[in-house]
Write a new protein. Structure first.
Length: 159
């Protein structure tokens, strides 16, 4: 009997932790996020007539009202979500200066945090959107989709 137990222990698979230590730190909020790229996401179009799966994705991103802005980490999961709703949002890599202005001029109130609303409310852009408007992608002269670092200029117009 003892030989069978020893053989079972020898061939037993070691259980690996489900989350690595770096992932645990990032989930718990103790990780240093200064070196990670952050994306600013602005809901440009309203939610009327939006397909239900896209609307669910917008709600997961905490975008419930037009001209709301959220800051998310640049990772494949968030990129996939943004790809799904690219016809309704403008997004890009936000720099530290614009992020500081956003948090200073448009802070998230404690009342909103208690309701799990993590979106910054912005004005419509002063001077309007780009020439082609809110129904075309950024590559075709509009405002929608991935704007790379040009999102900073849009957010500054909306502060």
């Amino acid at each position: 009997m003892k030989a069978v137990d020893d053989a079972a222990k020898k061939h037993a698979v070691k259980k690996q932790p489900i989350l690595s230590s770096t992932l645990k730190k990032s989930f718990l909020g103790t990780s240093d996020t200064s070196n990670k790229r952050m994306l600013a996401v602005v809901l440009v179009r309203g939610l009327m007539g939006v397909r239900q799966d896209a609307k669910d994705t917008l709600f997961m991103l905490h975008l419930r009202r037009k001209h709301n802005c959220v800051i998310v980490q640049d990772n494949p999961t968030n990129r996939g979500m943004l790809n799904k709703v690219k016809n309704y949002v403008a997004y890009g890599i936000i720099d530290a200066e614009t992020l500081g202005l956003l948090r200073e001029k448009r802070p998230i109130s404690s009342k909103a945090k208690s309701r799990s609303r993590y979106a910054h409310t912005l004005h419509p852009p002063r001077g309007g959107f780009e020439r082609e408007g809110i129904k075309k992608s950024y590559t075709k002269g509009g405002v929608l989709g991935d704007r790379k670092d040009k999102i900073n200029a849009l957010i500054r117009k909306m502060l």
